[in-house]
Design a protein around this ligand. Structure first.
Ligand code: PMP
Length: 407
C-alpha cells in the first residue's frame, strides 16, 4: 500500500525546468476570471460579437469538409501535413476578400492560431537574453511569448501613425541589435493605431540595413472601417519579415487557424519546430477556413456586415465616452484606447462595483510605470444598448459627484 506523508511530500516534488519558470500568466486572462461576473458588462475581452461569427456557413463548410475524401479516409480527420492542408495554403497564396495574396517569394505554414505563430518565431529566433523590440503599449500575448523565451524586451512608443520608427532608428544607431522587431501594423491591440506607409518603408529599410527580423502580426487587417489598409511591411522587405495572419477575427477564433508567410531561409526551421509541438493544425478547421475564404461572395458580404456593425459600435462608444476619456475615434479593429483623468488600475474595483469592466493601460506597459491613466475598451463584443449602458457605468466610475474631469 502507498501511504502519503504530507509533511515530506513537498521535498519529493519534482522541480520545474528553468524555462518553465519564465512562464507568466496572461494578465488579461487572470483579470477576466475576476471581473467577468454576472451583471458586469465587459469592455475588457477582445471577443468578436456572436453575430460576427458565421455559424451557419461554418456548419455547411464543416459538413463538406467531413465528406472530403483523402488517401486514408476523410481528409478532415486524418493526420495531415505539418505545413497545412493544400486547399488552405493555395487559397492564402492566392488571396481572398479578407487578406491579399501572400507576398511573392514567401512560403506558407498554417498554425494553430497566430498565437502559435508568435511562439514558433520566438523559439527559432530568440535565445534567452536577446533583445526584442516591441510596440509600447504591446499586445499581451506577444509579450507573454517573448518573456517565455527569455527575451529582453525594449518598448518603442506608438502614436497615431503606429510605432515611432525614428525612435527605433535612434536606438539602432546607438548600438541596439534586436533579434526581432514586433508590430501590429493595422488597428493595433491595444492602441488601435496603424503603421503609416512611410513608417512601413522606414521599418523595412532599417531591417535590411541592421539585419533584424520584423514580426508583422496582422490579425485585424480585415476589420478596417475605411479604405483598404496599406501594403504589408513584408512587401517592402520580404526576406526580413515574417507575416502572421489569422482567421480568428474575420471568421471565428475557436477554429484556431492562423498562418505564417515566411522568407524561404526560415521556413524549414519553423516547420520542424511545429512538428515537435503539435504535428499539424487540425485539418477539419483548416478545410472550413479554406472553403469560406474561397467563397468570395459570402466572405465579401460577411465582412461588409461585420465592418459596418463594428463601425457603428465604435462610433457609439466613442461618442459616449469622449467627454471624459481622451481618445481618437477608432478606424478599425476592436479597441478604443483612451486616457482618463485618474489612474485606471486603482479605478477598476470601482468600475466593477458599478458593473463595468475594462483593461487598465498599465497591463500593456513595456516600460514600467507608463500608461497608468490609459485604458483599453473593446467595442466589438457588446451590442448597442449594452455598450451604451457600459459607457454610462464607466462615466460613473471616472467622474466624481461634481462632474467629469477630462485630461
Ligand atoms: N495577435 C494579436 C495582435 C491579437 O490581438 C491576437 C488575439 N487577441 C492574436 C495575435 C492571437 O490570435 P489567434 O486567435 O490567431 O491566435
Amino acid at each position: 500500500m502507498i501511504t502519503t506523508d504530507s509533511s515530506t511530500a513537498p521535498s519529493r516534488r519534482p522541480r520545474l525546468a528553468a524555462g518553465a519558470r519564465r512562464y507568466r500568466s496572461s494578465e488579461i486572462r487572470d483579470l477576466l476570471a475576476v471581473i467577468e461576473q454576472p451583471g458586469v458588462l465587459s469592455l475588457a475581452g477582445g471577443l468578436p460579437a456572436a453575430a460576427a461569427i458565421p455559424t451557419a456557413r461554418i456548419q455547411v463548410a464543416a459538413q463538406r469538409a467531413l465528406a472530403a475524401p483523402g488517401r486514408y479516409g476523410s481528409l478532415a480527420l486524418q493526420y495531415g501535413p505539418t505545413v497545412g492542408v493544400e486547399a488552405l495554403r493555395a487559397r492564402l497564396a492566392a488571396g481572398s476578400a479578407a487578406y491579399p495574396a501572400s507576398t511573392p517569394g514567401t512560403a506558407l505554414v498554417v498554425t494553430t492560431g497566430s498565437q502559435q505563430g508568435l511562439d514558433l518565431i520566438a523559439r527559432v529566433l530568440v535565445d534567452p537574453g536577446d533583445p526584442v523590440v516591441v510596440e509600447d503599449p504591446v499586445y499581451l500575448g506577444a509579450r507573454q511569448v517573448f518573456h517565455a523565451h527569455g527575451a529582453r524586451l525594449i518598448g518603442v512608443p506608438t502614436d497615431s501613425e503606429g510605432m515611432d520608427t525614428e525612435r527605433l532608428a535612434d536606438l539602432l544607431a546607438g548600438g541596439l541589435r534586436p533579434r526581432l522587431v514586433y508590430c501590429v501594423p493595422n488597428f493595433s491591440n491595444p492602441s488601435g493605431s496603424s503603421l503609416s506607409p512611410p513608417r512601413r518603408r522606414r521599418l523595412a529599410a532599417l531591417a535590411e540595413h541592421y539585419g533584424f527580423v520584423i514580426v508583422e502580426d496582422d490579425p485585424y487587417r480585415p476589420l478596417g472601417f475605411g479604405p483598404a489598409p496599406p501594403d504589408p511591411i513584408s512587401t517592402h522587405a520580404p526576406d526580413h519579415t515574417v507575416f502572421l495572419g489569422s482567421a480568428s477575427k474575420c471568421i471565428a477564433p475557436g477554429l484556431r487557424v492562423g498562418w505564417i508567410a515566411s522568407p524561404p531561409w526560415l521556413f524549414d526551421t519553423l516547420v520542424t519546430a511545429k512538428q515537435s509541438i503539435d504535428l499539424h493544425t487540425p485539418p477539419l478547421t483548416q478545410l472550413i477556413v479554406a472553403e469560406i475564404l474561397a467563397d468570395d461572395a459570402f466572405l465579401g458580404s460577411h465582412l461588409e456586415h461585420v465592418r459596418t456593425d463594428n463601425a457603428a459600435r465604435a462610433s457609439d462608444l466613442h461618442g459616449a465616452v469622449a467627454d471624459f476619456i481622451r481618445c481618437d475615434a477608432p478606424t478599425g479593429g476592436m479597441f478604443l484606447w483612451g486616457r482618463a483623468a485618474t489612474e485606471t488600475q486603482a479605478m477598476l474595483p470601482r468600475a466593477v462595483a458599478r458593473g463595468v469592466a475594462y483593461v487598465p493601460g498599465a497591463a500593456f506597459a513595456v516600460t514600467a510605470g507608463t500608461h497608468a491613466h490609459h485604458l483599453r475598451l473593446s467595442f466589438a463584443t457588446l451590442d448597442g444598448p449594452d455598450l451604451l449602458a457600459a459607457a454610462d457605468r464607466l462615466r460613473g466610475a471616472v467622474c466624481g459627484p461634481t462632474g467629469c474631469e477630462r485630461e
